[in-house]
Design a protein. Structure first.
Length: 318
């Protein structure tokens, strides 16, 4: 998909710019409330969690807005737990045919919704830019950089990505884009807003989630306090993020000795071997045994979570 975005996306964005006025609805000025808003984020479940301050700010500024997420299928279980999300439009990235067909279905749905604005949180993705324009939304907000000027050219509101700031703070600028002045270059003229102090309640744990997680823990004899270790991450970033197995094993031995708590290891079914190599014999390997919802509940009940810079770390913070 990265290859497609780079080599096929570039000419498609150039071509689309020539016909942009034909596929997008004209802006009706700044009058009237924001009724339907699409947030597009495809890669990185952790990044979606980091967008929760933005979601909270948007709901506070526009309490009656219908919030729709456009995302890959793997992120849907997380988004179903977020109370502010009203609808999820899913892209199936499991193969080229599935990707193409689901993209067409998503575009049909977006054109039916007729959003007032699309906020694209993806970083300089031509595919995300194409989906934003073809949605027909009159307001399109996205990250802009000189190195990806073709992507930035399709936004009505351009946000500079400031790498020295936390990504949650960068995402928050998107809320300001809907109410701040825009220069002749399309760049948002706004100071970076402060993070909200409280985003609790956005991710909801149902009674069924808690019961499922407790059932799994009881089956393994886990009672009382426990620590969760998550030594895995997305295949897209393993070269940058993976920690050596020997380090994980030594850390697990120290935690077990000094705390006396049970150690639980999480991961996907296909990562079970990876988890075993990193943490055996010190941690109970639950990779593949927990549904996503049960994993969130297990993380919420942990006394401590040690994770790579990945989804579990961000989920534990909520």
């Amino acid at each position: 998909m990265v290859w497609l975005d780079k080599w096929l996306g570039r000419p498609l964005v150039v071509l689309l710019r020539l016909f942009m006025s034909a596929v997008t609805r004209p802006r009706a000025g700044d009058a009237g409330p924001l009724r339907k808003l699409v947030i597009a984020k495809f890669l990185g479940m952790g990044s979606i969690v980091e967008a929760m301050p933005l979601v909270a700010r948007l709901k506070a500024d526009h309490p009656d807005v219908k919030m729709i997420f456009l995302t890959f299928a793997g992120n849907a279980p997380l988004l179903r737990l977020i109370s502010a999300v009203d609808e999820i439009v899913i892209i199936d990235a499991s193969g080229f045919i599935a990707f193409t067909l689901s993209s067409l279905r998503a575009l049909w749905r977006l054109r039916t919704i007729a959003p007032d604005a699309v906020l694209t949180l993806e970083f300089f993705s031509r595919y995300a830019a194409l989906m934003s324009v073809l949605s027909g939304a009159p307001v399109r907000v996205g990250f802009h950089a000189v190195s990806a000027a073709d992507v930035g050219s399709v936004w009505t509101h351009r946000v500079h990505l400031i790498q020295q700031k936390h990504i949650s703070e960068n995402f928050l600028v998107f809320s300001e884009a809907l109410k701040s002045p825009v220069g002749q270059d399309g760049i948002i003229k706004s100071r970076m807003p402060r993070l909200p102090t409280d985003t609790r309640g956005l991710i909801e744990l149902s009674d069924d989630m808690v019961r499922e997680s407790k059932a799994v823990l009881l089956r393994h004899g886990v009672q009382g306090s426990y620590i969760v270790l998550s030594p895995t991450c997305s295949p897209f970033s393993r070269d940058l993020k993976l920690w050596p197995d020997a380090h994980w094993n030594k850390l697990a031995a120290i935690l077990k000795e000094q705390t006396g708590m049970r150690l639980l290891a999480t991961g996907r079914k296909q990562e079970r071997g990876m988890v075993e190599r990193a943490l055996a014999p010190h941690a109970l390997n639950l990779a593949g045994e927990l549904s996503f919802e049960a994993m969130v509940s297990v993380l919420a009940g942990a006394r401590l979570v040690v994770s790579l810079d990945s989804g579990p770390a961000h989920l534990a913070s909520f």
